[in-house]
Design a protein around this ligand. Sequence first.
Ligand SMILES: [Zn+2]
Length: 435
Amino acid sequence: MASAARRAQAEAVLAIELGPRARFFLHQPAPGSPMGLVLDLVERRLGAGSFDLYWLDLGSPELFSLPGLSPCPVVYSRRHLSLSACVRRVFSEPSLQQVADECAEQLALKLMAEFALRRGHVDFAVHAFLKSIVGKGIWLDDGDQTLVLEQERKGEAYMAVWFYGLLHELGHVEAARRQQSGQRLLFSDTRALGFIDVALAQAVHYPAGLKNEIRQLALAERGSSMVGLDQLQCEASADMFAAELLLAATQAVMQQDRGDSPDTGRYLQELVLLTQVVALMDRCRGTATVACHAGADLRTMASAQLLLPPVANAARAAMVASFLKLLLARWAWGDGFSEAQLATAGVLVDAAYAQFAPRVDRVEAGLSNAMRFALRLVPWPSLAEQLQALRSELAMPLCLDETQRFCDLADQLGAEGEPLAALRTMVANAARTHH
Ligand SMILES: [Zn+2]
């Protein structure tokens, strides 16, 4: 099939996936821009014409690829970028240490609400949004962050926020190719199970029976469960691709910008942070999907949603950490690095993970609260009560702005329904009183 026909076919699939009102376009970055440099590096690795990047300007926080198609379409959105920057603050800002759980819970609920809106599940979306905003005490700006980001130094943080998630998706193109050509997995089963054991050892609250079940699941549902050995290796190889290309891209951009090189410690910190950010956003998408679709089996699915991701993430992190040690040693000392140099890189990598561990636990607590709410493991307040509570809070400009933005997103996505109509009327009335 000619490339124009293939592209038209991919765009038709994306239009179904993103909804009829979505405005996405083929992204052609300016040569020499950070995006241009990143895509050049990826193309050199994957070959020309292996992927098409689509940019979604308005709409929900999308970032996904469809590796079944060739060239593989990858969708990246302004909203995903803005929310990533906001979630990163929750994981990293010193002033948010004591309230990271609360911030994470609110942001996670809002993410779920936005994913649900795109899928037309208006009731769930409004419930989750109201839960995220009513009684909120800490207001982080989660509006469009692209201008703020552009004023930042083009360094390790800028590059990670902009490109880690995108590079992970592009890593799936390589992983799919490896799978199709029947190449071996990265790790043997024994080694991969070893990483799962590392993760299970960290899950101190899991009873022994559950740990056994997860170990069995890893082998029995290799390609379908998120703890399945094939699935884990597929995700980990996309993570490794992203880690490697992010380092090379940061080097290229910093070299061009100010003639300097990335700082290893800072690169590692940002990498650890962004893997957490992307994992949180993925889990919100997964939870929203389950919350919208599961019927009677919600409880079974809910326990899988709550129990498996922490183990899968920790196993992936252990796989990626083993790779990062090699990557850094090679980057610093070339292919002929010594055992002692590898050990030095190992200390740096372990320190980067350890540094964020307490914050990750705090965020996990908040995320888990949001998931319990979404999966109806706690009773929902009535919509009328929540709307009533919001009415008085709309006097606050920050609250009014956020609610307005949610209504705007619903409009962009063509979402309709009674609870949305009630919300829109309240916003219109509050805005009138303000002006
Ligand atoms: Zn992935």
